[in-house]
Design a protein around this ligand. Structure first.
Ligand code: AMP
Length: 281
């Protein structure tokens, strides 16, 4: 497995693979890998000849008051895990190499970022769309995998790939959870023992809502009120949003009459956690 820091080197390597008729698969991450990331690698591996992982904590998707500096990392362990998953090359660029002085080009979408996480993280998806575009141009994959855990991110990338004519197949991978239901996330490492217990309330609230919908409840107001009461009953929780929306447009709905995305973001202590599921009435 090669570990490559320079964009030019990855580009040359990809050019040569493409000349040889090889299919390149790509999984972009911010590192501190867990089973969720590994599932993306395994799914992508099935569809490509050469598998490239990137590890880069992208500064342009963090605002000044977020956890850029504190973001967890363990490159040695990540490389061991990547090798076990059959990764062929890991791209580990530096911030300065991807965003040199006088950098000024960004990718923005008109509508999808103005929902869910985008409301409290106004520059986040501009950063995501920009870095993913840059990484696609560097890695030149034919297939790339993203997690449904970040449902809005996946929607934005699918939209961007269509709108900008990237010739890349996007694979969406279902959320990988801990045995007790907590969605895996690098940020779970911030949680104290008691906060880790509290964090279970996100997946629990989703399960209870799923059940209520399967029993015929369709009022979004009632379903969200129940979720809010349940989450607010736990210490150290602060709800950012609980939203029921159309899975394609992310526009909010008021009744569950067709497939609906239920997504929520809740701070547990200082740690912002997200989770979601698609409700099928
Ligand atoms: P991150 O390192 O958090 O930027 O995530 C990198 C990729 O892994 C993104 O496509 C995420 O959606 C995906 N991912 C993160 N956590 C999970 C999870 N629990 N299940 C599935 N995919 C995930």
């Amino acid at each position: 497995m090669k570990v490559i820091k320079l964009a030019e080197e990855i580009q040359k390597r990809s050019d040569s693979l493409i000349r040889d008729g090889k299919k390149i698969g790509f999984v972009p991450t911010m590192g501190f890998l867990h089973e969720g990331h590994l599932k993306l690698l395994k799914e992508c591996r099935k569809k490509c000849d050469d598998l490239i992982l990137s590890i880069f904590v992208n500064p342009t998707q963090f605002s000044a008051d977020e956890d850029l500096e504190a973001y967890p990392s363990d490159l040695k362990k990540d490389l061991e895990l990547a090798e076990k998953c059959g990764v062929d090359a890991v791209f580990t660029p530096t911030k300065d190499s991807l965003y040199p002085e006088n950098y000024e080009t960004y990718v923005t979408l008109e509508s999808l970022p103005h929902h869910l996480c985008g409301l409290s993280r106004p520059i986040h998806f501009r950063g995501v769309a920009t870095i993913v575009t840059k990484l696609f141009n560097i890695v030149k994959p034919q297939v790339a995998a993203f997690g449904e855990k970040d449902f809005q991110q996946l929607s934005i990338i699918r939209r961007m790939v269509k709108d900008l004519n990237f010739d890349i197949e996007i694979i969406g991978v279902p959320i990988v959870r801990e045995d007790d239901g907590l969605a895996m996330s690098s940020r779970n490492s911030y949680l104290s023992v008691s906060q880790r217990k509290t964090a279970l309330i996100l997946s629990k609230a989703i399960e209870l809502t799923k059940k209520a919908v399967s029993e015929g409840k369709i009022s979004v107001k009632e379903l969200s009120d129940d979720m809010e009461d349940l989450i607010n009953s736990k210490p150290e929780t602060d709800i950012d949003y609980i939203t029921f929306s159309n899975p394609d447009t992310l526009n909010p709905v008021t009744e569950i009459t067709e497939e609906t995305l239920l997504a929520l973001a809740v701070k547990v202590g200082e740690t912002r956690l997200i989770d979601n599921c698609v409700l099928r009435p």
